[in-house]
Design a protein around this ligand. Structure first.
Ligand code: PLP
Length: 408
């Protein structure tokens, strides 16, 4: 007897990160010295989930009537403005005059990704991904019926623009459309951020193709707030959007989980931009439909949070100050790891900023297992292992590169 349908019957999460994480957590409860580098969240130096005090105090004092009420399906006008101003920062006005902008509040960037992918690809379509990517993309794409193709992410220490353009052209020719998914800055799992020049070339290539076939550029900015040195600098990348002349859709996926350290509150947004008003309106209509027919309304706490930050300069400035020091904390962890790795010739993929660093290796499973025997937990990927610097205090990072090298 068939209960699940023919399509869902095949669903199986290949992503092992959660079960590996659970194993590490269990071990850490027995041995506090166990190094758990599996967690995709920011922990403070005492190993607790890092809390931004400015955010904590706002959440504690929120109006419970607003939290309990049904919110608008799209999050409401104040939220749509607030999240767009947060994301685009000083480029907000220019983005608004260059594009028609539409916004949907979503449960995390995950909700944004599944909405846009569900709406723009289906069986027979191909999503273009780099060959190193966040493993959950696979499940999100699979549930649409579509499939994906990859290009080699790096050429030496830089983004492989040539390989990207070749594959993009190939997909456009083959499927008469092009849906590209890029996680930037601070890519999960490598920590690579595209330079402005690289992003410009990507946008130019997509814009050219956008004059011939429908192009959807999904820009997953889950780690935006951990890039560069300041709020203003991280937003400079959006300047590159302003050169777009075609009708291509840019779909920005924002994660409140990472920005505010509120992973379980499930906040996020899908922001659609197009020069073509009709396409933007279609984006809004089909995004709303998908939201209403899946989770119905978004979680209210992250919506209130963004609305408060937009309304209250004092709270916003306090948070940005905290964010600056947390970014420095992460940078100091990364600097130590990278410096030690370099000193012993341990090769990592090019790292710029962010939660993770990734080390290419021949037999990831073997390395993962032998590190586990030494109470060091990392995540084995295809051809590499991922180390979550976001979860490790400096004391655990010291000497870690050497311990990893010994098990390669
Ligand atoms: N995109 C990337 C690259 C991620 O690593 C994650 C979470 O780990 C997400 C999106 C989704 O985050 P969330 O749904 O919690 O906002």
């Amino acid at each position: 007897m068939n209960y699940a349908n023919d399509f869902t019957k095949t669903f199986e999460l290949a992503d092992d990160i959660l079960s590996i994480g659970a194993k590490a957590k269990k071990r850490k409860s027995v041995n506090p010295d166990c190094i758990d580098a599996t967690i995709g969240a920011l922990l403070d130096d005492s190993g607790k989930l890092l809390a931004f005090q400015s955010i904590e105090s706002q959440i504690r004092t929120m109006d419970s009537t607003k939290l309990r009420a049904y919110p608008p399906v799209d999050g409401g006008e104040p939220f749509k403005t607030a999240v767009s101003k947060w994301v685009f920062g000083p480029y907000y006005d220019q983005i608004n005059s260059h594009f028609t902008r539409k916004v949907l509040a979503t449960p995390g960037a995950s909700g944004a990704l599944s909405t846009v992918l569900g709406n723009y690809v289906s069986t027979g379509d191909l999503v273009l991904l780099p060959d190193i990517f966040w493993s959950n993309y696979q499940a999100i794409i699979n549930q649409t019926g579509a499939s994906y193709v990859t290009y080699p992410l790096f050429e030496g220490a830089h983004f492989n623009i040539k390989g990207f353009i070749e594959k993009a052209q190939e997909v456009a020719t083959k499927t008469h459309k092009l849906v590209v998914l890029i996680n930037d800055p601070c890519q999960n799992p490598t920590g690579y951020s595209l330079s402005k020049e690289e992003l410009k070339k990507i946008i130019n290539a997509l814009d050219e193709l956008g004059k011939i076939v429908p192009v959807v550029f999904i820009y997953d900015i889950a780690y935006l707030d951990y890039a560069d040195q300041s709020f203003k600098e991280t937003r400079e990348r959006f300047n590159e959007f302003l050169s777009v002349q075609s009708n291509m859709i840019i779909s920005v996926c924002f994660s409140a989980s990472k920005t505010f350290g509120v992973y379980g509150l499930r906040g996020g947004a899908l922001i659609g931009l197009s020069r073509d008003q009709i396409l933007a309106e279609e984006f809004e209509r089909i995004s709303l439909y998908r939201a209403r027919s899946t989770w119905s309304c978004p979680p209210t706490t992250p919506i209130q949070l963004l609305n408060i930050l937009d309304d209250n300069d004092r709270v916003r400035d306090a948070f940005i100050n905290e964010l600056n020091s947390v970014r420095s904390l992460l940078d100091s962890r990364a600097a130590l790891f990278i410096e030690e790795a370099k000193s012993i010739n341990l090769v990592t993929y090019p790292y710029t900023h962010g939660f993770f660093v990734t080390i290419p290796c021949e037999d990831p499973h073997k390395t993962y297992t032998s590190l586990m025997e030494k109470d060091i937990y990392v995540v084995p990927l295809n051809g590499s292992i991922r180390v979550a610097l976001s979860a490790l205090p400096i004391k655990d990072i010291k000497g870690l590169a050497k311990k990893i090298q010994e098990q390669l």
